[in-house]
Ligand binder design. Sequence first.
Ligand SMILES: Nc1ncnc2c1ncn2[C@@H]1O[C@H](COP(=O)(O)OP(=O)(O)OP(=O)(O)O)[C@@H](O)[C@H]1O
Length: 360
Amino acid sequence: MAVEFQSITRTYGAKRVLDGFDLQVEPQSFTVLCGASGSGKSLLFRLLVGLEQPDSGRILLNGRDITNEPPAARAIGYVPQNFALYPHQTVAQNMAYPLTLAKTPKAEIAKRVDRTAGILSITHLLNKTPDQLSGGEKQRVAVARGLLKDAEIFVLDDPLVGLDYKLRERLMDELKSLREELKATFLYATSDSLEALNMAQRLVVVDAGRAVQHDSAIAVYDDPRFARSLDLIGFPHANLLPGRIENGQVEAGPLRFRTPPGLRDGGIVAGLRPEAIHFEGSPRGASDDLAIDSRVTLVENLGGEAVVYLEAGNSQLTAALPLSRIAPPEFGAEVRVVVDPADIMLFDAASGVRLDGGAN
Ligand SMILES: Nc1ncnc2c1ncn2[C@@H]1O[C@H](COP(=O)(O)OP(=O)(O)OP(=O)(O)O)[C@@H](O)[C@H]1O
């Protein structure tokens, strides 16, 4: 494995941020850690590059235990979340700084600065100073500086946070080409699930101090094994309805249907993606579909689709409606929506573990 976190625990005061965190990162993978703000992604990266120490557990780099090695001994390129550029140095000097410190020959530094600047489209900025750059340009320089190192592993901590949408899209594409070109292992953190799905070959859902699911991005999306995976990955956010299994019936908010085989009575959470809620007039209507009468409380028109918020009894539901097929309903309208029970995922209420079979 390129990187292994083994049972990492780290506490700040009374708060256990990492709680037996285990993760194996495959060589040459682009692995994205996605978790809510404060879930410990930056801390994991600081532990990996050696800026902090775990309370317990081990970190291996290409099989070597580096837990107690100084940062300089770890060949890791790092783009921290809060970067600082040296104000009196040019972009080229800022980028070259870590290599200058490492006494890399000048010709080699120039070659790498040119190549990385080319990939990140900042060649025209090389002779400027940071005060002459926009926020987005400074961010690209910080990314370039982290990627300049001759490393097998690059760690990027939420490198696109705060950038406008267009610039983020462009940088995502550039980083993807870079991953093809460098043939290195990338570890990348974000709290944005769309960015995670777009970038990740391997996606790790981080929650409550642990890696709860580690799989291909598409598998995490299609077959979440934990309620938190469904909750975190995907936009609009999935519906999670608390409920119960009793006497062979699943009851969760407005959903009532026969319990799938093999499930026991007890507390559950029913999960339903917004796109699995269908409006009348859409091509559905199988005999086992559940019909739900609801009232529209808000419509967000996003162009290609509308996000429709519904009230059904005491439950709120979020539905995604492709607008090419059907016009969005009006605010306040009474609508009947239908759901295929096969699209409903069931999770244990206490542990969050998936109960129904899913795609496996
Ligand atoms: N030096 C520190 N002292 C005290 N608490 C800390 C320290 N560093 C991190 N924490 C706490 O650890 C938790 C995890 O922080 P971390 O920055 O790793 O989260 P994150 O997942 O990267 O969040 P974000 O997406 O917002 O950057 C937070 O609750 C934070 O307050």
